[in-house]
Design a protein around this ligand. Structure first.
Ligand code: ZN
Length: 150
């Protein structure tokens, strides 16, 4: 059962990596923020376009490993079209899941494809691959051009 679940999670990550959702640049955009993960070499830029209080469109242009690409794809799919207040909550919850002190209880029905990324908690060197897109989203929401990964 554990193996089946891990295979499923792996399949989700591979699928997002093969066909990243909301891939590339967004023009015009309200704000963009770049992120770089020196541990792995992942580079990405998150573009957002706000329409009032709604995150109308988002794209993530990622040159990185499978985990960073999949994370960017999953992130954009989770927040596109949502009110900014909800986006901020999704962002905080995602970072807590990926980096929070307590081992989270995850399942696909509650967390969607994000559940597939929580396995990186077992590989500390890869956690920044998974959080990079989320930090870049936070920077874009703040209006900063550069993501902080600390
Ligand atoms: Zn990486």
């Amino acid at each position: 059962m554990q193996n089946e679940l891990e295979n499923l999670y792996q399949e989700i990550i591979l699928d997002h990596n093969r066909r990243p959702r909301n891939d590339g640049e967004l023009d015009p955009c309200t704000c963009q923020a770049a992120g770089f993960n020196p541990l792995c070499g992942d580079k990405l830029t998150v573009y957002i376009r706000n329409l009032g209080e709604i995150l109308e469109a988002i794209r993530c242009d990622c040159q990185g490993c499978a985990i960073s690409t999949a994370s960017g794809s999953i992130m954009t799919a989770m927040v596109a079209g949502k009110p900014i207040s909800e986006v901020e909550k999704i962002l905080a919850d995602a970072l807590e899941l990926l980096t929070g002190k307590d081992e989270p209880v995850v399942d696909l029905s509650a967390h969607g494809d994000l559940a597939a990324l929580v396995g990186v908690r077992k590989f500390p060197a890869r956690i920044k691959c998974a959080t990079l897109a989320w930090h870049a989203l936070a920077a874009a929401l703040r209006g900063d051009g550069e993501a902080s990964t600390e």
